[in-house]
Design a protein around this ligand. Structure first.
Ligand code: NAP
Ligand code: MG
Length: 486
C-alpha cells in the first residue's frame, strides 16, 4: 500500500550512512613513531597537532621525531636489511607486498575518509584516485619482486640498503606508496617521513604493515616537522634519499648530499603547460583544463597551471571555461559532490592569496566565479588570469593552488617556445585532432610526462618525473625499480 506523505510529515525511514560517513573511522588521540615494528614514544616527548583544513578542527596529536629518533629508525632499518630483508628471496618479499596491497584494499574506505579529513582534498579524489592508485602500486611492484632479473637482463641485481624517503602533503598516501612499494620489491629497507600536515594515512599504512607481519625494521615511519627530514638526509648510514617536494628543499638536499656516496632521486615542483589547438574537441578540452588545475585545489605537482590556447579559439575557450567554473562546487571535501575542497594549510592559503594579489598587480585580468566560501576552514575559489605576460611571476612560479594563467599563441613553434620557457619541466598536455602534431610536440616539449587529449592520468606501469628544476630520476614502472638498485 502506498502511504501518502503530507507536506509537513517527516518520513519515517533512515538513510543508511553514506560511503563518506566518518562513523567507521577510528582515530587515536595520539600517534607515536613506528620504529622496528613497534610504536615508540619520541625522544623529545613532543607532539604536534594535525588539523582538518576543512574546518580547522584538531584531528590528533602526532609524534615529533628528532635526529635521535631518526638514528634509531636507521639502525633498525640497517639491522633488518642485513639480517632479513636483503637475504630473503624475491618471491617471499612479494608475498608481504601483496599482503599489504590486499589489506589496504580492504580498508580503502577508511583510507579515503582519513586522507580527506587530514588533507582537505575531496573524497571523490581520495576515494577514486589516491587510494586505488596507491593499492595498485603495491600490487604492481609486488609482481616485479621475483622477476628483477627479467626487468634488467644480464645485470647483477643488487639492492642499495637503507632508503630515506621524504614525501609532501598533496598526495600523502599515494606518495608513500610510490616510495615504499618499489623499495621493498628491490630488497631495500626504509625510513619514511610524511609531511607535517598529513601524517595520518602513512600511520594507518604503518598499522597495516604491522598487521602484514613484515619483519620489524623493514619499514619505519618517523613523523615530524622542521629538521626531521634533514636528519634523514644527513644520516651517515642512509644509502639513498628519495625526495618528493618543493624545488627549494630539493636544492637544499642536493647540496647536503654533494660529495657523499648516497644515491638520490628528486621529484620537485612544476609549472606545466596545457596546450589547446584549434582542432581540439573543445568541450573535452575544457574538462581537461578543469581537471588539470581546479580539482585537488591545484595541489598537484603536474597541475596544468599554464593554459595556452590557439588565438582563433581563445575567446570561445575562455567563455566555456568560465561557464564551467560557475558550476564547480566548492565546500566540504567529505561531500561526494564537491569539486574543490580545502587548501591543505593556512600557510599554503596565504601563499596562494599572495600570488593572486601579484597577478592583479601585474595587470592581468582576473576572473573568479561566485562561490560560497565556508566560514571556517581554508578555501580558495578557482581563479583565472587572462592576458598574462610570459614574464609575469604568476606564469613563472609554482603557485600550488587553483590558479590558472591563460596565454594565447598562433603557431606550433611559438607555443613550444613559450611552454618550455620556465625553470620547470614536469608535465604538459596537448589537445589536438592531429596525431602528427602530438608526436611533434612530445619530442620538443621539455617535460617528463606529456598527456595527449587528456590530463592528470596516472598508472603504476608508467614512469613519472621531471626535467630541469622539476628534478631527476623516475618513479613508477621499470624506471622506478632501477632507482633502488645498484
Ligand atoms: P616541501 O616543503 O619541500 O616538503 C616536502 C617534504 O620535505 C616534507 O615532508 C617536509 O617536511 C620535508 N622537508 C622540509 N624541509 C626539509 C629539509 N631541509 N630536508 C629534508 N626534508 C625537508 O614540499 P611540500 O610543500 O610538502 O609539497 C609541495 C611541493 O611538492 C610542490 O612543489 C610540488 O610540486 C612538489 N611535488 C612534486 C611531485 C613530483 O612528483 N615531482 C609530487 C608531489 C609534490 P615538513 O612537512 O615537516 O616541512
Ligand atoms: Mg592535517
Amino acid at each position: 500500500m502506498v502511504k501518502k506523505v503530507s507536506k509537513i510529515e517527516v518520513p519515517s525511514w533512515d538513510y543508511s550512512p553514506s560511503l563518506e560517513s566518518t562513523s567507521h573511522i577510528v582515530l587515536k588521540e595520539k600517534y607515536d613513531l613506528y620504529i622496528d615494528g613497534r610504536w615508540v614514544k619520541p625522544h623529545s616527548g613532543k607532539y604536534f597537532a594535525t588539523v582538518n583544513p576543512a574546518d580547522e578542527q584538531k584531528l590528533a596529536d602526532i609524534a615529533y621525531g628528532n635526529a635521535l629518533d631518526v638514528d634509531k629508525a636507521v639502525k633498525a632499518a640497517r639491522k633488518a636489511y642485513n639480517e632479513v630483508w636483503s637475504k630473503m628471496p624475491g618471491s617471499e618479499r612479494a608475498k608481504y607486498i601483496y599482503r599489504i596491497a590486499r589489506l589496504m584494499q580492504e580498508r580503502a574506505r577508511e583510507f579515503a575518509v582519513i586522507e580527506t579529513l587530514d588533507s582537505g582534498k575531496t573524497i571523490r579524489e581520495s576515494r577514486d584516485i589516491d587510494v586505488p592508485l596507491a593499492c595498485n602500486h603495491f600490487f604492481y611492484y609486488a609482481g616485479w619482486a621475483d622477476k628483477l632479473e627479467y626487468a634488467f637482463p644480464n645485470r647483477k641485481i643488487q639492492s642499495l640498503g637503507v632508503a630515506g624517503q621524504i614525501i609532501p602533503w598533496n598526495f600523502p598516501l599515494l606518495m608513500a606508496a610510490w616510495k615504499i612499494a618499489p623499495a621493498l620489491a628491490t630488497g631495500n629497507t626504509i625510513v619514511l617521513k610524511p609531511a607535517e600536515t598529513t601524517s595520518l594515512t602513512a600511520l594507518l599504512l604503518a598499522e597495516i604493515i604491522d598487521q602484514s607481519g613484515l619483519p620489524p625494521g623493514v619499514v619505519n615511519i618517523v613523523t615530524g616537522y622542521g629538521d626531521t627530514g634533514a636528519a634523514i638526509v644527513n644520516h651517515a648510514d642512509v644509502d639513498k634519499i628519495a625526495f618528493t617536494g618543493s624545488t627549494g628543499v630539493g636544492k637544499l638536499i642536493q647540496k647536503a648530499l654533494a660529495g657523499t656516496s648516497k644515491k638520490v632521486t628528486l621529484e620537485l615542483g612544476g609549472k606545466s603547460a596545457n596546450i589547446i589547438f584549434d582542432d581540439a574537441p573543445i568541450d573535452q578540452a575544457v574538462e581537461g583544463i578543469v581537471n588539470g588545475i581546479f580539482f585537488n585545489q591545484g595541489h598537484v605537482c603536474c597541475a596544468g597551471s599554464r593554459l595556452f590556447v590557439q588565438e582563433n579559439i581563445a575567446e570561445r575557450v575562455v567563455e566555456k571555461l568560465k561557464q564551467r567554473m560557475e558550476t564547480l562546487y566548492l565546500g566540504n571535501p567529505l561531500d561526494k559532490n564537491t569539486d574543490i575542497g580545502a587548501i591543505n594549510s593556512k600557510e599554503q592559503l596565504v601563499t596562494i592569496l599572495k600570488y593572486i594579489k601579484i597577478g592583479q598587480k601585474e595587470g592581468a585580468e582576473m576572473y573568479q566565479p561566485v562561490c560560497n566560501i565556508p566560514a571556517k576552514g581554508y578555501y580558495c575559489p578557482p581563479t583565472l588570469f587572462i592576458n598574462v605576460a610570459q614574464s609575469s611571476l604568476i606564469a613563472q612560479e609554482e603557485i600550488f593552488g587553483p590558479v590558472l594563467t591563460i596565454q594565447t599563441f598562433r603557431t606550433v613553434d611559438e607555443v613550444i617556445q613559450k611552454a618550455n620557457n620556465t625553470p620547470f619541466g614536469l608535465a604538459a598536455g596537448v589537445w589536438t585532432d592531429k596525431g602528427s602534431r602530438i608526436f611533434n610536440l612530445t619530442t620538443k616539449l621539455r617535460a617528463g610526462v606529456i598527456w595527449a587529449n587528456t590530463y592528470n592520468k596516472f598508472d603504476p606501469t608508467s614512469p613519472f618525473g621531471g626535467y630541469k628544476e622539476s628534478g631527476f630520476g623516475r618513479e613508477g614502472g621499470l624506471h622506478g625499480l632501477s632507482a633502488y638498485l645498484k
